[in-house]
Ligand binder design. Structure first.
Ligand SMILES: Cc1cc2nc3c(=O)[nH]c(=O)nc-3n(C[C@H](O)[C@H](O)[C@H](O)COP(=O)(O)O)c2cc1C
Ligand SMILES: CCCCCCC(=O)C(=O)O
Length: 359
């Protein structure tokens, strides 16, 4: 894989499409396709953006907007803006500094960061870049309970303050473009930061990753996802961590109800950016019924399709407490590393300020 990483001046890059173009020009074709594409015919990927366009804002005027507040509260903590960095694995395919660059940009702006299980760097290395902002750990809940317990323990020790359990990935979506390209970042070791540094995983191997990285990556791929999991398994996580648990990937109000029944502390309305079930409802269409079910009992976050301040305002108006950014920051990372992520986040913050003031 080739990381071209040309130096680009991004101080005037504003539009999502421009970031996407720069990312495409700057990184390996298969890596870019992995980030950009969705599952199946990409119907859900398209709906995520199209359904935001169908919602119209009706502004109310003559209200003092000289000092608009963007803050939000989640799980007892105040966020300066209602934005979070969505868990995105394998950021090393976008830039050699991967999650470290993203974390530095997020930390400087105090935007919370959700670290994936399948990061290029380890959860401890990422945490070290996030001293001044909230950090959560996203769990791909391995069928190997000891490894899962080890990750939970490591995350707590490294200072993560919540566990985000992604439930829409019992197995990987049917990603036609990646299948055609024969491409998986995990196979080339870009998602191994946590596994290859985990004492329990290392015990499972016959040969260390240094001796045989291909075999170690294959072992890891067998362990990352577990199709047998059910709601009752949430109890396991409760037993092994005292941190709040947030379920990511809720689209049905009945699953929102289950989340309440199982005593979870928050949910993320998400279809994984159209990368899992093609044909699934867009997150923004799913949101109102879920908000109705949750009745403000726990925080509701949303991701999938947020491309502008107006998208964020629509999600917040329909009841989300905050939104998570995915592809936009990854394109910033691919275009210009930490600086690119920082510019993307600053654009979102300014755009939100303007849009909120005008509504
Ligand atoms: C390249 C890439 C990798 C991702 N990796 C993960 C992951 O490791 N864990 C997870 O829960 N979601 C993962 N996601 C999904 C994001 O958390 C988020 O749900 C999605 O990007 C939102 O859609 P959007 O990027 O179109 O806004 C990934 C998304 C992308 C684009
Ligand atoms: C076999 C594990 C695949 C991890 C997938 C990462 C992800 O969530 C995504 O690409 O989307």
């Amino acid at each position: 894989m080739v990381l071209l990483e040309k130096t680009v001046d991004v101080s005037r890059v504003v539009q999502f499409e421009e970031w996407e173009k720069l990312a495409k020009e700057n990184i390996d074709h298969n890596a870019f396709t992995y980030i950009q594409s969705g599952a199946g015919r990409e119907e859900t990927l398209r709906s995520n953006e199209e359904d935001f366009r169908k919602i119209k804002l009706i502004p109310r005027y003559l209200k003092d907007v000289s000092n608009v507040c963007l803050k939000t509260n989640i799980l007892g903590e105040t966020l300066p803006y209602p934005f979070m960095i969505a868990p995105v694995g394998m950021q090393g395919i976008a830039h050699r500094d991967g999650e470290l660059a993203t974390a530095r940009a997020a930390n400087a702006l105090k935007v919370p960061f959700i670290a994936s299980t399948v990061t290029t760097y380890s959860l401890e290395e990422i945490a070290a870049e996030l001293p001044d902002t909230i950090k959560w750990f996203q769990l791909y809940w391995s069928g190997d309970w000891e490894i899962t317990a080890s990750f939970l323990h490591r995350a707590e020790k490294a200072g993560y303050s919540a566990i985000v359990v992604t439930v829409d990935t019992p197995l990987l979506g049917w990603r036609e473009k990646d299948l055609t390209n024969g491409y998986s970042p995990l196979k080339v070791g870009k998602g191994a930061g946590n596994y290859f540094s985990d004492p329990v995983f290392l015990q499972r191997l016959k040969r260390s990753p240094q001796e045989d990285s291909t075999a170690a990556a294959e072992e890891m791929i067998k362990l990352v996802l577990e199709p047998k999991l059910t709601w009752d398994d949430i109890r396991f996580i409760r037993e092994y961590t005292s941190l709040p648990i947030i379920i990511k990937g809720i689209l049905h109000p009945e699953d929102a109800k289950q989340a309440l029944n199982y005593g979870v502390d928050g949910i993320v309305v998400s279809n994984h950016g159209g990368r899992q079930l093609d044909g699934a409802i867009s997150s923004i269409e799913a949101l109102p019924a879920i908000v109705e079910e949750i009745q403000n009992k726990i925080p509701v976050l949303l991701d999938s399709g947020i491309r502008s301040g107006a998208d964020a305002v629509k999600a917040l108006t329909l009841g989300a407490d905050a939104v998570c950014l995915g592809r936009p920051f990854v394109y910033g990372l691919a275009a210009a590393g930490q600086e690119g992520v920082s510019q993307v986040l600053q654009n979102f913050i300014q755009d939100l300020k303007v849009t909120k003031s005008l509504t």
